[in-house]
Design a protein around this ligand. Structure first.
Ligand code: ADP
Ligand code: MG
Length: 295
């Protein structure tokens, strides 16, 4: 019976689905004997609907990147199944469709930019896909405008700041017209200005372009705008909820070695000391309002 909903297209609403996904890295010695096994993703089942903004949070080594690489068919499940837009990623016939449906942006923009000129770099993806030349240029222009980098189209990527380079990488993925973009700690190497530029661009992709976003981060401030948050630890999904639901559980987050935003922490401490402040405060404005009501 399980096959039937898939057959009738119920899964269509889900751009990404994993069912009991487990992935093991196997270390072998020079004689090919197994030396050790790391279970990096352990029995993870998630659903992401078309148009959602998902954040995946977790301490280093919790399995975020390993999970992300499954969504772009870079890795394949040891056990369980991953579907992207209803296609089983294990099926090699689906490989290119999966990779073009779910684009990936990585941490280091320097490893992702290959062109000598910004617009050339952004055009590489669609060119490799065999998009006609005229349409490539249209896509390059449109993608650079979306991330606010159009005026730099003739620049050399070497001359750009980290945040600008990362936005060019995002434009490069966008030019392939993916339904979903997976960003694996895209701000980890950036200064605060670069981080804000990138997060604002990502929000635009979701709000305006309606692209499904899966944003991996260990920076709590970046998850405030997500529709849903998954918190990973030791390969498991340990928490799932809206940002407010997640931020309401300060002690639990600390157990998972995650720092909550300063304003949430202050609100939490004030509440603990008896002030009538609601749980899960996300912004300074919310805290100010709550404090006014305390008077
Ligand atoms: P995160 O992205 O949350 O930091 P990763 O998915 O990179 O986590 O890693 C999850 C676990 O898998 C860690 O224990 C890590 O050491 C291990 N791991 C990651 N990549 C490899 C690899 N290429 N070979 C062996 N073990 C790996
Ligand atoms: Mg990682």
């Amino acid at each position: 019976m399980k096959i039937i909903p898939h057959f009738f297209g119920v899964r269509k609403m889900e751009i990404v689905k994993t069912e009991n996904l487990t992935f093991e890295y196997i270390r072998r010695d020079e004689n090919d004997n197994v030396e050790g096994i790391t279970t990096a993703v352990d029995n993870v089942s998630i659903d992401v609907k078309q148009g959602e903004f998902i954040a995946i949070l977790g301490h280093n080594g919790s399995g975020k990147s390993t999970l992300a690489k499954h969504l772009n068919a870079i890795l394949f499940p040891t056990e369980g199944t991953v579907w992207v837009n209803g296609l089983d990623t294990k099926d090699l016939d689906n490989l290119w469709t999966v990779r073009n449906t779910a684009g990936m942006v990585f941490q280091n923009p320097d490893n992702q930019i290959i062109g000598q000129i910004v617009e050339e770099d952004v055009g590489f993806g669609p060119e490799n896909m065999g998009v006609p030349t005229k349409e490539i240029w249209e896509r390059v222009e449109e993608s650079l405008k979306v991330v606010g980098m159009y005026e730099y189209r003739k620049s050399s990527p070497n001359r750009l700041s980290g945040g600008q380079k990362q936005r060019v990488s995002i434009a490069g993925v966008l030019a392939m017209h993916p339904k979903c973009i997976v960003l694996d700690e895209p701000t980890a190497m950036l200064d605060p200005i670069g981080r804000k530029e990138v997060i604002d661009a990502v929000r635009g992709l979701n709000d305006v372009e309606k692209i499904t976003i899966i944003l991996i981060t260990h920076n709590m401030d970046e998850i405030v705008h997500a529709d849903r948050v998954f918190v990973m630890d030791k390969g498991h999904i340990e928490m799932e909820g809206t940002p407010r639901e997640i931020f309401s559980q300060v002690e639990r987050l600390k157990e998972l070695r995650l720092c909550v935003p300063q304003v949430t922490e202050i609100a939490y401490e004030l509440k603990k000391r008896g002030l009538p402040i609601p749980a899960g405060i996300l912004t300074i404005d919310e805290l100010t309002e709550a404090l006014k009501k305390c008077r």
